[in-house]
Design a protein around this ligand. Structure first.
Ligand SMILES: C=C(O[C@H]1C=CC=C(C(=O)O)[C@@H]1O)C(=O)O
Length: 360
């Protein structure tokens, strides 16, 4: 099947209101797709199942699975010939309204800094949503634009009639497990990309990111042998730069449930904070909205690729929820004792550009 035929299949699945996910991993020149055969909502009850998982930030909410055995799976290479955007010339008129106002966000950041000064926690990641209204847009076209714009991201379009449409281009891997090989990353700290990766990082960003690295190494050590970490380096995600450390090792117990590992690292201090439970309860009580699937995770669970069983899970960042006439963009940032509220606001504004760029 070629890519145009796959897009037609996906479009008719969407028209028939049947669940699906189509996605591209950063290192691959192909699209993978699960088209679910029925319109039921399958909740994940065990990580020993095969399929595509879609998990919320708050693990008391339901985690959705598109089960492999209830879907057709396609993997189609993207060739430059048919990489054309299918008639994407409908320039969208749109307007922006802040669902969480600037004033509220600045207050949230100030309250977070105060809680750090009061020793309630060391770091917290707060966030907001922003609604963009428009007319005339097709989720598949937006997905194609995301693929073109963010070659180094995990780009996806996910749909379930009972939940809605989500799209994103995330730079962050939660974890990859191939047989017993495990890898993850610590990603945090943000500054705009201008024209070079040779940039200076401030003490705030260095501390913010090293808290993530230390947490991941610490939490993983009972579960993973031969842990190795790379040097921390500057990583480009579209028009943003982050600090990143790669971490890998070998699972001590190959048979151990993936859930074991997920429960210790998710949500990482890159999307929640430190200590985890205190930061999480602060977020749930103080943010002005519900995160839903933003800062949750998504991806392949126990899928056979070329004879080996893999799970490839990503943190749901730089994402949006879309309906007929609007998109809700989700963005946030890590707050430490050195944060400056106005700059934290600016950082979230820059992060919204990742999605706004493909809505124009
Ligand atoms: C929470 C987000 O980003 C996280 C990942 C990378 C850098 C981040 C930061 O600099 O604050 C955040 O920890 C987001 O993009 O909404």
């Amino acid at each position: 099947m070629d890519i145009s035929a796959l897009y037609l299949k996906i479009q008719s699945h969407l028209d028939d209101q049947l669940p699906f996910v189509v996605y591209k991993k950063s290192e691959e020149e192909k699209l993978n797709c699960f088209l679910q055969n029925d319109n039921l909502l399958y909740e994940l009850d065990s990580y020993n199942t095969s399929g595509f998982v879609f998990a919320p930030f708050d693990n008391r909410e339901r985690t959705i699975l598109i089960p492999k055995e209830k879907s057709k799976f396609y993997s189609v290479s993207i060739t430059s010939n048919n990489e054309t955007e299918h008639g994407i010339h409908d320039r969208l008129s749109y307007s922006v309204s802040n669902s969480v106002s600037k004033e509220n966000y600045l207050q949230l950041v100030s309250n977070s800094i105060q809680a750090i000064e009061d020793d309630f926690f060391k770091k917290v990641v707060v966030s907001r949503k922003e609604k963009v209204s428009f007319s005339n847009k097709n989720p598949l076209k937006i997905f194609q634009r995301l693929i073109k714009s963010y070659s180094s991201a995990f780009v996806y379009l996910w749909y379930h009639p009972a939940i809605g449409i989500w799209l994103g281009a995330t730079p962050e891997t939660l974890m990859t497990i191939r047989e017993d090989e495990f890898s993850t990353m610590a990603l945090a700290g943000t500054q705009p990309y201008v024209d070079s990766l040779e940039v200076k990082w401030g003490a705030k960003e260095i501390e913010e990111q090293s808290m993530v690295t230390d947490f991941v190494l610490n939490e993983l050590s009972p579960k993973v042998d031969r842990i190795e970490r790379s040097k921390t380096y500057t990583y480009r995600a579209g028009s943003l730069l982050h600090l990143k450390t790669d971490i890998k090792g070998v699972l001590k117990n190959k048979e151990s449930d993936i859930n074991d590992v997920i429960s210790v690292i998710h949500p990482t201090p890159a999307v929640c904070g430190l200590p985890k439970e205190r930061a999480k309860s602060f977020i749930l009580e103080n943010e002005y909205y519900e995160r839903k699937y933003y800062t949750g995770f998504l991806g392949e669970l126990l899928i056979n690729h070329n004879g080996s069983t893999e799970s490839n899970l990503f943190v749901n960042l730089r994402c949006m929820e879309m309906d007929d006439d609007s998109a809700i963009l989700y963005v946030g940032g890590g707050i430490t004792k050195d944060s400056i509220p106005e700059m934290e606001w600016e950082e979230t504004v820059r992060k919204t550009e990742t999605m706004k760029k493909v809505l124009y």
